[in-house]
Design a binder for this molecule. Structure first.
Ligand code: PMP
Length: 498
């Protein structure tokens, strides 16, 4: 049974998140440290067992070169502990809530966390390490190579444009293989002579490019034996990954829980509910590392629900790999490996990472242009970013740089405003007949800017990725009232210029 929309207070209360620790401020609330990363750096070397009476303290952290120097403090009125230590040059404050000090084992060698939290089993004692049941911060730098080099830890799937049989076995076989369509009018009216091609991901069966990663994340986990029939799949999402995951779960028979911030459209909620997903919505603007954020609530649900698995697109390598093996191959195939610029909006950064890496391998001179909304913190250099500014285009922008986002191949970042994005999305519909969502407007508006800045000429070619469809936004940027109230209609061209 799909769970109906749960109002914030009830859902947070249900999750026990309204319970305050005596340690006070939101900023000081943090969860257990990212143990596998520490292990990777040779910090953790032994198995630790914490008992109710043994509060986490200095001796619970293994000592070693660069290892944390812990200063435990108890919090009056609770048995919560606070540990402050230095790691990688920064001071880390960690509140270890009472419920985490219970029967809880951390294997420092594997990073696996066995035992019980809040009455729910994490990994069973002695179970294999399962990355989908071990939360990690989603903003750690990526250590992945993704490519085809010898030290690539992942399997690559060779998937150029799929050849479709006449009859498909399920909707999942219709994922990928989207068309590349030439834009005939907008570029011209902007005075551009280069060719502009749209990679039309909004034709995916779930309505967005995120269908690719939903399928790839779930199938990679199944192949490795981490997810089995009867599982519950949990994902924090701005909606499109949620729709993709819900669709895959509907076909494969998994229970699906999506956690999404309130600001995302009701159209997305309706689609996910129709697909049988249970939806939790979190308040807007909560920093990602707080327990009430969509990332925090998803983590909490994973820890509370037995046999549940967190895919976590923000750090799951299958996200960029879906684009490295799929989206990028399709773009290169359509262009016969000849292209001069690609424009990509960033949310998790998975598209950027996968597409840019593959395209730079094959077409090293191709410019990679990334677009990030004003108010988001992904763009480089950091001075471009303005913390705390609100933005309304959905699916792009974050208050952290996701692990899945590798920015090394970006030639230039552009910061995007809502008004220009929505106006351009409406132009794409009206002038090109392509039924796109708001972030496609963002990509094209700032892509045009980049084509001008880089001086793309006749005979050169730019590909812009159109991520999702108009279906998600019927009551938003398609609606004149919604646009007018926000001042987004001002200066909108009456007629497309000829
Ligand atoms: N546009 C939309 C509409 C999206 O939903 C997303 C994904 N959140 C993106 C762009 C960005 O894609 P990525 O997560 O791969 O950076």
């Amino acid at each position: 049974m799909p769970r109906n929309y749960v109002p914030k207070q009830i859902s947070l209360d249900h999750l026990g998140l309204l319970k305050k620790t005596s340690c006070g401020s939101r900023d000081s609330l943090a969860y257990l440290q990212e143990r596998k990363a520490l292990k990777h750096q040779g910090v953790f070397t032994k198995t630790e067992r914490l008992s109710k009476t043994q509060q986490l303290g200095v001796e619970d952290y293994p000592k070693g070169v660069g290892g944390p120097k812990a200063q435990p403090m108890s919090h009056p009125g609770t048995t919560d502990s606070e540990v402050v230590y230095k790691y990688a040059g920064s001071v880390i404050r960690q509140i270890i809530p009472q419920d985490r000090i219970g029967t809880y084992t951390v294997n420092m060698q594997t990073g696996s966390q066995n035992g019980v939290q809040n009455g729910c089993p994490i990994n069973k004692e002695g179970a294999e390490f399962n990355p989908y049941r071990n939360w990690r911060r989603p903003d750690l730098p990526s250590r992945c190579t993704y490519g085809r080099s010898k030290d690539n830890p992942h399997s690559n799937k060779s998937c150029p444009k799929p050849v479709r049989p006449k009859i498909l076995n399920s909707v999942l076989e219709n994922i990928a293989g989207t068309p590349m369509i030439r834009l005939n009018n907008i570029g011209k009216s902007e005075g551009l002579k280069c060719e502009i091609l749209a990679k039309c991901e909004f034709f995916q069966p779930g309505g967005s490019l995120k269908d690719r990663i939903a399928l790839r994340m779930i199938e990679d986990a199944e192949e490795k034996g981490f997810i089995k029939p009867g599982a519950t799949i949990i994902e924090p999402s701005s909606g499109n990954t949620g729709i993709g995951v819900a669709m895959v779960c509907a076909v494969k028979g998994y229970r699906c829980i999506i956690v999404m911030p309130q600001r995302m459209s009701l159209e997305k909620v309706a689609t996910m509910k129709a697909l049988g997903a249970e939806i939790y919505r979190t308040a807007n603007g909560i920093p990602f590392d707080q327990p009430e954020s969509h990332v925090g609530v998803a983590r909490r649900l994973m820890e509370e629900i037995p046999n549940s698995f967190l895919l976590d697109q923000y750090r799951n390598p299958s996200n960029p790999l879906a684009h490295y093996d799929g989206t990028a191959e399709e773009i290169l195939d359509a262009c016969d490996n000849k292209l001069d610029m690609v424009v990509i909006g960033t949310g998790t950064g998975g598209t950027l990472t996968g597409v840019a890496r593959k395209i730079k391998e094959r077409c090293p001179n191709c410019k990679i242009v990334a677009v990030d909304p004003e108010g988001s913190l992904i763009a480089e250099p950091a001075e471009l970013n303005q913390k705390g500014k609100k933005f309304e285009v959905e699916g792009i922008g974050k208050d952290f740089v996701p692990t899945a986002c590798d920015r090394q191949f970006v030639d230039k970042w552009y910061k995007a405003a809502d008004k220009e994005s929505f106006q351009m999305a409406r132009r794409i519909v009206r002038e090109e007949g392509l039924l796109v969502g708001g972030s496609s407007g963002t990509a094209l508006h700032y892509g045009i800017q980049a084509m001008k800045d880089f001086g793309l000429k006749e005979g050169q070619r730019c590909v812009v990725i159109f991520v999702d469809s108009i279906r998600n936004y019927m009551t938003r940027f398609l609606n004149d009232e919604w646009m007018g109230e926000r001042g987004y209609l001002e200066d909108e061209e009456e007629e497309p210029s000829k």
